[in-house]
Ligand binder design. Structure first.
Ligand code: NDP
Ligand code: 2IT
Length: 451
């Protein structure tokens, strides 16, 4: 077939929409990637004739299952669980598990698709997957969480393995949930293996995995700022979320001399004009993670701060912004507000937090804008290092891992530059990340033939 006969971008997206009805998040993630890939493969016949992008945008498999559990009142509850195994061309499927009421097949397919590119960007041998359930952990007792995790793993265990598919945490899944799931996997299979990452240090976990996503997003920001001969020192930062990624991003901003003005949760955001320092961040970690509290209670502990209910923080003037909560939390209008207020850089700790219109606003304004698949890859990268440590049956020191995390984030940054530099003073990080991630997976797929 001649190159000119190939389906064009519009035709490709038409097909993706037709085959995935009622899956807007998945279609959005594919579109954001396809916009760049079509340009890149215009003169590369093999990628067309072997239908590489079409195959990447069709998960290897989507496993859906029932999860029954008994609540503390003896009532039987039924949830839905999934594992989306998107692509294992360069390594075992790898990606987190999310427990949140908003989880559905579209959300998990978008996350597994993004993960495939992100994992390739790290330079480590990991394919892309994602899983989760519409289970709502809020307000549940310890025992309810444990019973749910055990029931979830009772089905999931048959689909995963240290060389097959290695899940980890994501929204609503942290060290506690990984512990319950690992315990159940070990009990069912009688195997102690590196089947999950984000494990406790006592049973095969890695140092700095907890901090890695948030710290990594700030290291990526540092790398971007350096291209404009500046640094985080003295900069104001607006951050959304108050979970694992947000609190560790905030911590690293403070370590590097920046001032954090906001944090948020699904109830609204807090603005602290004095800055959210390390002591206040420690309070948020305890309050949100261990006490399962609301961010609005911050203003009782720190009365100089204000709480804005049902709002996101993007109208607060800042030098840099880090969306670290969830998908589509930063819309086109928010992007315009940030640019108008002088924000010079955005580093996404969350996955796809900016909608397509917002992405176009940032690109058009030529600010430093890092998509999640590049900026938040530090978490899965240290998960990859946890897998290596499990295989070696030894652990690396915190210092060694800190160096490796920084080097991996630098490597991702330079891969983005390779494919994303548009001119002497502008890098399109979205394009750079999409092309670099695509190329590695695509070339592996070409080597395998039609499978
Ligand atoms: P946590 O569960 O620790 O925290 C999630 C935070 O986001 C909470 O503050 C939560 O508020 C808020 N949030 C979640 N859903 C919504 C929503 N629909 N609307 C508004 N706020 C919401 O999760 P993580 O910090 O681990 O994950 C945050 C983001 O980072 C996600 O996009 C995740 O995919 C991504 N990510 C996580 C990695 C990791 O290693 N954990 C790695 C790479 C990316 P509330 O408490 O009110 O629910
Ligand atoms: O979105 C992500 O990269 C994660 N939730 C982490 C995945 C992992 O396997 O560590």
């Amino acid at each position: 077939m001649a190159v000119s006969d190939h389906v064009d971008f519009a035709g490709f997206m038409e097909g993706v929409k037709r085959r995935n009805p009622h899956q807007p998040e998945f279609v959005q993630a594919v579109q954001e990637v396809a916009e760049d890939i079509f340009d890149f493969i215009a003169d590369k016949e093999a990628y067309h004739s072997e239908q590489i992008l079409r195959r990447m945008a069709e998960p290897d498999r989507v496993i859906s299952f029932r999860v029954c559990w008994e609540d503390d009142n003896g009532c039987i509850r039924v949830q839905r669980g999934w594992r989306v195994q998107n692509n294992n061309a360069i390594g075992p499927y790898k990606g987190g598990i999310r427990f949140h009421t908003s989880v559905n097949e579209s959300v998990l397919k978008f996350l597994a698709f993004e993960q495939t590119f992100k994992n390739a960007l790290t330079g480590l041998p990991m394919g892309g997957g994602k899983g989760g359930s519409n289970f709502n952990p809020k307000g549940k007792s310890e025992r309810e969480i444990m019973r749910f995790c055990q029931s979830f793993m009772t089905e999931l265990y048959r689909h995963i393995g240290a060389d097959i598919d290695v899940p980890a945490g994501d929204i609503g899944v942290g060290g506690r949930e990984i512990g319950y799931m690992f315990g159940q996997y070990k009990r069912i299979t009688n195997q102690f293996s590196g089947v999950l990452t984000g494990k406790g240090l006592e049973y095969g976990g890695s140092l700095i995995r907890t901090e890695a996503t948030g710290y990594g997003a700030v290291y990526f920001l540092q790398n971007m700022l350096a291209t404009r001969d500046t640094s985080i020192e003295g900069k104001t930062a607006v951050i959304s979320g108050s979970g694992n990624v947000a609190t560790h991003a905030a911590e690293k901003i403070v370590h590097l001399g920046g001032k954090v003005l906001t944090l948020s949760d699904s109830g609204g955001f807090i603005y602290d004009p004095d800055g959210i320092d390390l002591e206040k961040i420690a309070w948020v970690k305890t309050h949100k993670t261990h006490r399962r509290g609301r961010i609005e209670e911050y203003v009782e502990a720190f009365p100089n701060a204000q709480f804005h209910a049902c709002m996101t923080p993007w109208n607060v003037s800042c030098d840099v912004a880090l969306p670290c909560a969830t998908q589509n939390e930063l819309l086109g209008e928010d992007a315009r507000t940030l640019v108008k207020n002088g924000c010079m850089a955005v580093s996404e700790g969350a996955n796809m937090p900016t909608d397509l219109e917002g992405v176009h606003v940032f690109k058009h304004a030529r600010i430093l804008y890092a998509p999640g698949k590049a900026a938040n890859a530090g978490g899965v990268a240290v998960s990859g290092l946890e897998m290596s440590q499990n295989s070696l049956r030894r652990s690396w020191s915190e210092e060694e891992l800190q160096v490796m995390l920084k080097e991996i984030m630098e490597g991702i940054h330079s891969r983005c530059l390779t494919h994303g530099r548009q001119s002497i003073d502008y890098v399109d990080y979205v394009k750079g990340a999409n092309i670099a991630g695509f190329k590695k997976v695509a070339d592996a797929m070409l080597a395998f033939g039609v499978v």
